[in-house]
Design a protein around this ligand. Structure first.
Ligand SMILES: Nc1ncnc2c1ncn2[C@@H]1O[C@H](COP(=O)(O)OP(=O)(O)OP(=O)(O)O)[C@@H](O)[C@H]1O
Ligand SMILES: [Mg+2]
Length: 254
C-alpha cells in the first residue's frame, strides 16, 4: 500500500482536496478489477471535510455514525468501524472507494494515525491510501508517514514558498508538482519576471503539471459533485487536466 498526500504547506485553498478526491475516484475506477478496495481515502479535516461531505452525499449523513474522531477520542477501539464505502455504477462496471473522516476536532496523534494505517493496509489491502488534510503546520503527525507527496501551488508568490519548505518537512518521494488555477493570459510572475511554470521549476526542481482556472470546477463543488464524474473533459479544461494527472499517478504509483 502506497501512501500519498497533496500538499501546499501552510497555504489554504490551492486545490488539494479537488486533486485528491478526483485522483482517488479515477484510480478507483481504473483499478476496479485489480483489488477489492483499490483506493482508501482519509479526510483528516476536523468537523467533516469537503471530500467526506461529497463522498457521503448528504451533510446529515454524519449523524450518529462513528468517525475517526471517535477512534481518536477513545469511543471506538477498531478504527475500521469509522470507514465507509461509496459505490458508483458505470457502463464499464461498478467501482468503489473506501473512506473515513473526522466528525469533530479531536486531535489524531501520530500513534493513532500509525495504527489506522496499519489496519487499513492489513485488512482493506488497498493499492493506495490518500490523505486529505487541512493546511499543515510544522507539528503535523503526518511527517515521515507518506511515501509520495505532490506539491500543489497556485500562481501566488507565497503559495510557492510555503509549499517548498513543507514538502521537505513531510518527506516521501516528491512527485510532479501541480500548478493549479493557472490563467494563460497572466502567465508571467511580475515579482520573478518570468513565467510561473519556470518559477515552479526553479523552486521545486521539476516542470509543473498545469491545471487551468476553470469555473466549472467551482460549480461542481457548489453542487457537492465529484468533478470528473460530472463534467466531460471536452467541456471542462480543468477536468481534462485533473484526469491527465490521475493517469500520471496511476503510472507512477501503481
Ligand atoms: N483549477 C481550478 N479552477 C477554478 N476553481 C478551482 C480550481 N481548483 C480548485 N478550485 C476551487 O477552489 C476552491 C478550493 O479548492 P479545494 O477545496 O480543493 O482547495 P484546498 O487546498 O483543499 O483548500 P483547504 O486548504 O481549505 O483544504 C474550491 O471551491 C474549488 O472548487
Ligand atoms: Mg482541502
Amino acid at each position: 500500500m502506497k501512501k500519498l498526500i497533496f500538499l501546499s504547506g501552510t497555504k489554504g485553498g490551492t486545490g488539494k482536496t479537488t486533486l485528491a478526491l478526483n485522483s482517488a475516484v479515477l484510480l478507483a475506477f481504473l483499478w476496479r478489477d485489480v483489488a477489492h478496495y483499490p483506493v482508501a481515502f482519509l479526510d483528516l479535516t476536523p468537523n467533516v471535510g469537503t471530500a467526506a461531505l461529497i463522498l457521503l452525499g448528504d451533510p446529515l449523513a454524519t449523524w450518529g455514525r462513528p468517525s475517526l474522531s471517535d477512534f481518536a477520542g477513545g469511543n471506538i477501539a477498531d478504527p475500521l468501524r469509522a470507514f465507509y464505502i461509496r459505490r458508483w455504477n458505470t457502463e464499464k462496471g461498478a467501482f468503489q472507494l473506501v473512506f473515513t473522516y473526522m466528525a469533530q476536532d479531536v486531535p489524531l496523534t501520530r500513534r493513532h494515525l500509525e495504527y489506522v494505517i496499519q489496519m487499513v493496509e492489513s485488512r482493506l489491502k488497498p493499492k493506495v491510501l490518500f490523505f486529505d488534510a487541512p493546511p499543515l503546520s510544522a507539528g503535523s503527525p503526518l511527517a515521515g508517514l507518506v511515501d509520495y507527496v505532490v506539491p500543489v501551488v497556485t500562481p501566488d508568490v507565497s503559495a510557492v514558498e510555503a509549499t517548498k519548505s513543507y514538502v521537505d518537512l513531510v518527506g516521501g518521494r516528491r512527485l510532479r508538482p501541480v500548478l493549479n488555477m493557472y490563467i494563460p493570459e497572466y502567465s508571467i510572475s511580475a515579482v520573478h519576471g518570468m513565467p510561473w511554470e519556470l518559477v515552479i521549476e526553479k523552486t521545486l526542481g521539476e516542470r509543473p503539471h498545469v491545471i487551468p482556472f476553470d469555473k466549472l470546477l467551482q460549480a461542481a463543488r457548489q453542487a457537492l459533485e465529484v468533478e470528473v464524474l460530472k463534467l466531460r473533459p471536452g467541456e471542462s479544461p480543468g477536468v481534462k487536466a485533473l484526469a491527465e494527472y490521475a493517469r500520471y499517478l496511476a503510472a507512477t504509483v501503481g
